[in-house]
Design a protein around this ligand. Structure first.
Ligand SMILES: [Zn+2]
Ligand SMILES: [Zn+2]
Length: 291
């Protein structure tokens, strides 16, 4: 008990992900109170989101409807479909753990998946037995493939293929100051940034995060970093092809032309920049061992 409300334990389970036909079912249930919330993933979509993100946003909505409290405890199935949701739970500091789900949520998820098939005409007498998904899903698929008019019941595998991670890329920020979607603070020009690209109602959208703030660890990195010795200080920086900023190379004094490989780093708040080749060939006493 806390503040007069009973803390609840919830289960999160899915069903139907392994079957080529019919929507995945997601269930949020509290076995003690018998509360059940469910949702389905559409067969296809075109807003550019991944399956994981779809499942995550469905679950966030279900948790709102169920009034899941910040102190409640969640047991969540470890399936791939929940990866984005797992990260979201961590970010939002929920109490939760991965778990093999038995009982209420599991049974309801399987039941609702079966109901979809039966509603479309699949024989009710063919059931899932002892969690033998392979046989059950194969029977469902065979039934779907047996009639051309049923092919519309197949999942769109293309939109499900893309994991969220592939749309997060670690790279060097250019000359623009960005604002981090997570913490709201500035992302300085010429510092590492995670760029997230997606499509929102047919518009291409980019979002920016500090590398420490990204909700999803990027699979791809286009970031090149380097540390140079400058006035006896180590300066960590990034390497980019120069834009049209017209900087002067700090080493040779010449202009840095667009497209040239360029080092950018900050010493305190001062930007140190110049030709990469100049920094590489610069004659300065090398840092003492161990530095
Ligand atoms: Zn941030
Ligand atoms: Zn130079």
């Amino acid at each position: 008990m806390q503040g007069g409300t009973i803390l609840k334990e919830w289960q999160v389970e899915d069903a139907g992900g392994g079957c080529r036909a019919f929507s995945e079912v997601i269930v949020l249930a509290c076995p003690k109170t018998g509360e059940i919330y469910s949702s389905t993933i559409p067969l296809t979509w075109d807003d550019g989101t991944s399956l994981e993100e779809k499942a995550c946003s469905k679950l966030i909505q279900m948790m709102l409807n169920a009034r899941v409290a910040r102190d409640d405890y969640l047991y969540v199935c470890s399936g791939n479909i929940f990866h984005a949701f797992h990260s979201w739970l961590n970010e939002n500091k929920y109490n939760w753990e991965l778990s093999k789900i038995d009982g209420l949520a599991h049974e309801r998820a399987e039941y609702l998946f079966h109901c979809q098939a039966v509603a479309a005409g699949f024989p009710d007498k063919i059931h899932l037995v002892d969690r033998n998904y392979r046989d059950y899903y194969r029977a469902v698929e065979e039934w779907v493939y047996a009639d051309e008019s049923r092919l519309v019941l197949l999942k769109d595998r293309e939109v499900r293929r893309k994991p969220a991670e592939t749309r997060y890329v670690l790279r060097g920020n250019g000359r623009h100051t960005r604002s981090c979607l997570k913490c709201g603070k500035k992302i300085l020009p010429y510092t590492p940034v995670v760029v997230y690209r997606c499509r929102e109602s047919c518009r291409k959208v980019r979002r920016y995060f500090h590398p420490a703030c990204t909700p999803v660890e990027p699979l791809k990195s286009k970031l090149e970093t380097m540390t140079v010795l400058w006035t006896s200080c180590n300066v960590d920086g990034i390497i980019l092809h120069a834009g049209k900023e017209d900087y002067q190379c700090a080493v040779c004094g010449q202009k840095v032309l667009p497209g040239e490989k360029t080092f950018y780093g900050y010493l305190e708040k001062a930007l140190i920049t110049g030709h990469l080749s100049c920094f590489l060939n610069k004659k300065e006493p090398s840092p003492a061992p161990g530095l």
